[in-house]
Design a protein around this ligand. Structure first.
Ligand code: SAM
Ligand code: SF4
Length: 472
């Protein structure tokens, strides 16, 4: 693909080329060849991704689902990583037309957590058993890189009982290079920025030109600035429902290919939120994505970028999450509260659903314990693992490790250890029983050897001596 360089920015989204590729006819032979390539764990190019996206025939889509399920099992096993979002502040100078935080919305209740409130929020999350958070911010001069870095340090430094946050990810506005370097020094995991829509005309429609976010290229090149500043753990995403979902998937894959080509590291994660009801939301959403197409687009993403984690949030209902988890997703949030302060201020359920205090409405309101029990009942291993980034397996190094045997050596043992910690410290009796049974079952199915022996010893150590957080 030819990249266009305009005013110092690099435009790697070629609208005309994407439209041309998406005009190809459904071709069962080509689909079979593409699935075979993907099952060899090779990333797909744009033409191959488009060949999957144009499939409408149900039987052919079933083949795509089956391949996605297989690939997911082979690369990620049956683990699902759990995290919670923590909203720090909703002041915002932008006016994104789909968002409950947009500046023109005078009915929004605006708030930024004080340091003391932030600590309380973190304690509230730790008491539930959370170990991984994503901090979320509006875009405002108040939320400078220094401010973000400070909140990250406060989160890491706040501990309650056996509770601690071991990984802090960020979802905030794009920064300049110095800003990314400042935030990186605070020890962040992934920095997430969603392009919202990769389609320039649509981007202009939803993001007024007189706002910071109105600058499509500043946002599109954010990851490049981050990589140049030394961050190598980046999350991309698109907000589905603004424009044609097939185009957005092509945009995401173009972005992943660009990062891989330029920095030898693809995105660590991809997110694909669908627009949810929000305060004062009155939009013509003719591109809203139905459940069937949504499930299908996740399967295509799974196959297109085999080694990129896929994140699905509680914007989706339990029923949709249940299904999509099987063939695509590797991370979900749980016990999620979007109202600022809600993890420590015990509000009534009615108040918790107050859209004036939220960015948008979520569809899955289960607690962390309920979500974990539900995963266990379906034989998924809930994981709070934070090992890779803490022992330096990120970026290029992470890619080297994404090889056969990796899951058995690192991921499964870490998942079982962090699950055992959760069961011991926080789980309800029913969850504890289901979880311990799954740990026994998983151990019984593991090949004998060093790893298994170490794992058994460490599990016993945790049970007897309270020894926590030993990383594989
Ligand atoms: N303010 C920063 C920004 O815009 O990049 C931080 C992110 S914002 C708080 C988090 C994400 O929420 C946005 O990138 C957008 O994709 C998503 N979002 C906004 N309004 C939404 C809605 N009504 N339904 C679902 N997701 C929404
Ligand atoms: Fe502000 Fe982000 Fe909401 Fe846009 S999506 S209005 S930038 S918080």
């Amino acid at each position: 693909m030819d990249f266009a360089l305009t005013q110092g920015f690099l435009d790697f989204i070629d609208d005309a080329e994407i439209a041309r590729l998406l005009s190809q006819k459904e071709d069962a032979g080509k689909v079979a060849a593409v699935l075979a390539k993907s099952l060899e764990k090779q990333a797909l190019d744009l033409d191959e991704t488009a060949a999957l996206l144009v499939v409408r025939n149900q039987a052919l889509r079933e083949q795509v689902y089956e391949a996605a399920r297989r690939l997911k099992r082979e690369i990620y096993g049956n683990r699902i990583v759990l995290f919670a979002p923590l909203y720090i502040g909703n002041h915002c100078m932008n006016d994104c037309r789909y968002c409950g935080f947009r500046r023109s919305l005078t009915t929004a209740v605006r708030r930024t957590l004080t340091d003391a409130e932030l600590e309380e929020e973190v304690r509230g999350l730790e008491r539930e058993g959370h170990k991984r958070l994503i901090l979320v911010y509006g875009e405002s001069p108040e939320y400078s890189p220094e401010f973000i870095a400070r909140t990250v340090r406060i989160v890491y430094g706040t501990k309650e009982g056996h509770g601690e946050i071991r990984r802090v990810n960020i979802n905030a506005a794009p920064l300049d290079k110095e800003g990314f370097a400042t935030v990186k020094q605070a020890g962040i995991g992934t920095y997430q920025i969603f392009q919202e829509t990769y389609h320039k005309g649509t981007y202009r429609k939803f993001h007024p030109a007189n706002t910071r976010k109105g600058d499509y290229m500043w946002r599109l090149n954010a990851m490049d600035r981050a990589f140049e500043a030394g961050c190598d753990d980046m999350g991309i995403g698109a907000l589905f429902g603004l424009y044609d979902w097939r185009f957005e998937v092509m945009g995401l894959v173009s972005h992943a290919i660009h990062l891989q080509q330029c920095y030898q590291v693809g995105p660590h994660t991809i997110s694909f939120p669908r627009i949810q009801p929000a305060n004062g939301l009155d939009l013509d959403l003719r591109h809203q994505v139905g459940d069937e197409d949504f499930k299908y687009l996740v399967a295509v993403l799974r196959l297109a970028v085999p080694y990129t984690g896929l994140i699905m949030t509680a914007r989706e209902s339990a029923a949709v999450r249940d299904e999509v988890m099987r063939f695509g997703v590797s991370q979900i949030d749980a016990g999620t509260r979007l109202e600022i302060g809600a993890y420590h201020e015990k509000e009534s359920v009615k108040d918790m659903q107050n859209l004036k205090k939220e960015q948008f409405r979520i569809a899955d309101n289960r607690t962390l314990d309920e979500t974990i029990r539900w995963l266990l009942q379906q034989k998924f291993i809930p994981s709070f693992c934070t090992s890779c980034y803490r022992v330096g397996r990120t970026g290029e190094h992470f890619m080297e490790y994404a090889i056969p045997g990796f899951i058995g050596r690192f991921c499964t043992p870490n998942a079982l250890m962090t699950l055992a910690e959760y069961l011991k410290d926080y789980a309800s009796p029913a969850t504890k029983e289901t979880g311990n049974a799954l740990i026994r079952e998983t151990l019984a199915a593991m090949d004998a050897g060093n790893i298994k022996q170490q794992l058994v010893e460490r599990l016993e150590d945790l049970a007897r001596n309270d020894t926590r957080d030993r990383l594989f």
